[in-house]
Design a protein around this ligand. Sequence first.
Ligand code: NCD
Length: 308
Amino acid sequence: MGFAARHLLGIEDLSREEIEGLLESSRSFKEVLRRDIKKVPAMRGKTVVNLFYEASTRTRTSFEIAGKRLSADVINVSVSTSSVVKGESLLDTARNIEALNPDVIVVRHSSSGAPHFLARSVQCSVVNAGDGSHEHPTQALLDAFTMLEHGKKLEGLKVAIIGDVAHSRVARSNIHLLGKMGAEIRLAGPSTLMPRGVERLPVQIFSCMEDALAEADVVMMLRIQMERQGKGYFPSLREYSRFYGLTSARLALAKEDALVMHPGPMNRGIEISADVADGPRSVIMDQVTNGLAVRMAVLFLVSGGSKE
Ligand code: NCD
């Protein structure tokens, strides 16, 4: 069975089969992106609205290009220039957008659960493009897609996720996805940046980064989410970097063919050194490219498309 749901709100609610269906469909769209003419009529006559309440470069452009490659009309609502600055609520904004009859609303919001709330309030499909520290489902899908594309098998794969796990929706969605697919997940970071209830997740926890890296197949680095934390989670960025920054010396502890991943935006010199970010093991730009194929699949499938 593939993916037939009307919304994509998170990975937590998906079955293994639905995840496989989304990845399979992403592979077909990746093939479209390799053609000379990279556009298909799959969503002709449909409208996608990008409603972003938080900063974004990759995710917003990726959803926009994905919609356009599917021949949908794509409208970007940038909150800083919308009536939200005049005090309009999320629900009122969404209802007004819905009155214009779109097929999909892609939403990014600083509050966990905002896309779920929208999905209950509007008739069209809702796709979560990141809600607070909660989930970022398309990021986890594009990460899995990238691992598979580089010849990794998710079952039994040793994935080290390092850094600010507590505030990272990317980490949370990846933990759900990789856990469902049978990967071995290792988390490392300062104990103050481990999420509450972490012991209930299907993960191993390390306070020492080196231990988490030993023989890892994939090293996924996370950005420190300064915007979601107060002071006092760690003494200083310099100290953080000394203990949890990915350098080439540390990367040597992982498997020889380990992949280096980062969802972006990167803080070079803090969680990852420039030579590793740009080095031969880095698949960070592939993640961005694959995001397009994954978002094409997601937009197409939630809007009711069946693949010819
Ligand atoms: C991430 C996000 O916004 O959650 N970025 C992204 O979408 N690629 C990660 C981050 O902000 O650190």
